[in-house]
Design a protein. Structure first.
Length: 259
């Protein structure tokens, strides 16, 4: 129950910043419009040479802008690095709770908030302006929910890994930059990964970054087999097990920098 309470508290804490988040939503929608305009220019007169039409890319970019708030724009390092710097992590590790679940449940509450107050409003903006895809088959909604859940878990794990590295390096800005770059670059934020040049187009479908952004979007657009959820599931298990293991290693390696 303690992790559920932490999730709820994190959700309610974010409720205090709704006005500021509305501004972020507007900026996110504007970026989406810019990316759509770029793709319209790129595909104009060349749709026969591309597997994606202008409408396809409009739906794709709109869906990506929504999913980014669930699996892309997470807290850098889940704030673990701050606890290392000020010494608060020593108390957090001493609590009779699982440190991994203690940290990730708080971020999960923030992402749940993002679903209702960021992703859905942004989706509505696109729906009433450039258009927003509506899945035609009922099973798609079921698989989409599973895929989004797995995408959130994958991204939380990746950001946790960046944060817990502070127990060895203290500074995690470089790791966060690398992680975010790979997430948006190989996750299909701007370019569907099947359009990337070889060998990237052959490798990226099996990397966790695709599971964080690309697969939920493609399932939503009904352009991918639901079997890709199995790839996401594998990464969910691998990353979670690895982070539980690395957390135990961090207990022995940790050097408090302050406090």
């Amino acid at each position: 129950m303690v992790y559920w309470i932490l999730l709820q508290k994190s959700f309610m804490r974010n409720m205090q910043y709704k006005v500021a988040h509305l501004i972020n939503n507007a900026a996110s929608a504007i970026f989406g419009f810019v990316f759509i305009a770029i793709w319209v220019g790129v595909l104009q007169g060349k749709e026969n040479e591309s597997p994606y039409s202008v409408l396809d890319m409009t739906y794709y970019i709109a869906a990506v802008q929504c999913i980014l708030w669930l699996s892309g724009f997470l807290t850098a390092g889940l704030n673990i690095q701050n606890g290392v710097r000020n010494g608060a992590i020593s108390l957090e590790l001493a609590r009779p709770t699982n440190f991994f679940l203690y940290v990730t449940s708080q971020e999960a509450g923030r992402l749940l908030y993002n679903l209702f107050f960021r992703s859905l409003p942004i989706g509505l903006v696109f729906f009433f302006t450039v258009g927003f895809y509506i899945p035609q088959h009922i099973p798609t909604y079921f698989f989409l929910c599973i895929s989004i859940l797995f995408a959130m878990i994958i991204s939380i794990n990746l950001h946790y890994l960046v944060g817990v590295s502070a127990c060895w390096t203290t500074e995690i800005n470089w790791a966060h930059f690398v992680n975010f770059t790979l997430l948006v670059g190989l996750g299909g934020q701007l370019v569907p990964i099947d359009l990337l040049p070889a060998p990237l187009s052959l490798i990226t479908p099996y990397l966790p970054f695709a599971g964080a952004i690309y697969y939920p979007v493609m399932i939503f657009l009904e352009k991918a087999s639901n079997d890709v959820i199995l790839i996401q599931l594998v990464w969910v298990m691998v990353l979670t097990i690895f982070n539980l293991w690395i957390t135990e290693k961090a207990r022995h390696k940790l050097e408090i920098q302050g406090g």
